[in-house]
Design a protein around this ligand. Structure first.
Ligand code: ADE
Length: 228
């Protein structure tokens, strides 16, 4: 997979993508991430990428030319899935991550300033929001998408089953996990997990997933019931 991140702040992207599982996926060539500073494509003599809004109002608006020029120089950009990060986008969820993980080429635009010149939107296939709050720019939200998609690429997580058992993957939150020691102060690991009875463990985990989802995310549980 190739991921192109269009940003005005490449230094916000670089240090994150070279860490941990994403860093290893890059080294192992399971993904290539290219960070493109679209200011470099501005035809303005001062490399300006923003301007005041027509009709007046506070804040600055991202201009269309630098974004489109940066986009058009990416080989194969027409076929790529082009994503615009914005709090006005569709709420991001695991289902979208799974769909994006099947793509060969993603292009992700990080905005800044008060908003995008509306004409930019015509060049993108999908608008994504990572939640109902406003960030100073799209870099952190783009990194959320990048991280959640890359971990779903086959063999990126070395434990074959771990992405399958994720919270949300079956519509439920994950069951509680325990590891050594069997007792810490007064807290004991549930007996069933140490019983070696795989059927019982499976059943316990399913019940805990249900319980946790009902308690914490009744909205998810409702959807889960409908699908069953
Ligand atoms: N840019 C600023 N806020 C955002 C959000 N909540 N989601 C995606 N992109 C954003």
């Amino acid at each position: 997979m190739i991921i192109d991140v269009l940003t005005l702040f490449p230094d916000m992207i670089h240090p994150v993508i070279h860490q941990s599982i994403i860093g290893r996926a890059i080294l192992e060539e399971k993904v290539e991430i290219r960070v493109i500073d679209y200011r470099e494509y501005s035809e303005n003599k001062h490399k300006k990428v923003d301007d005041s809004p027509y009709g007046g109002g506070a804040g600055m608006v991202l201009t269309v030319q630098p974004v489109v020029s940066a986009l058009e120089q990416i080989p194969g950009y027409q076929e790529a899935t082009k994503i615009l990060m914005t709090p006005q986008g569709v709420p991001y969820a695991q289902k979208t991550a799974h769909k994006l993980a099947l793509k060969k080429h993603l292009i992700i635009l990080c905005g800044h300033y008060e908003g995008y010149d509306e004409r930019i939107r015509d060049y993108f296939d999908l608008e994504i929001s990572i939640g109902d709050y406003v960030l100073t720019g799209g870099e952190l939200s783009a990194l959320v998408v990048v991280d959640s998609v890359i971990r779903l690429i086959p063999n990126v997580l070395n434990n074959a089953g771990s992405a399958v058992e994720d919270s949300f993957s079956d519509g439920l939150l994950e069951y509680p996990h325990y590891t050594r020691p069997p007792e810490f102060r007064n807290q004991k690991v549930p007996e069933v997990l140490r019983s070696g009875n795989h059927e019982k463990i499976k059943q316990w985990r399913y019940e805990q997933s249900l319980k946790r989802t009902i308690e914490r995310r009744p909205d998810l549980y409702k959807v889960y019931l409908k699908k069953k």
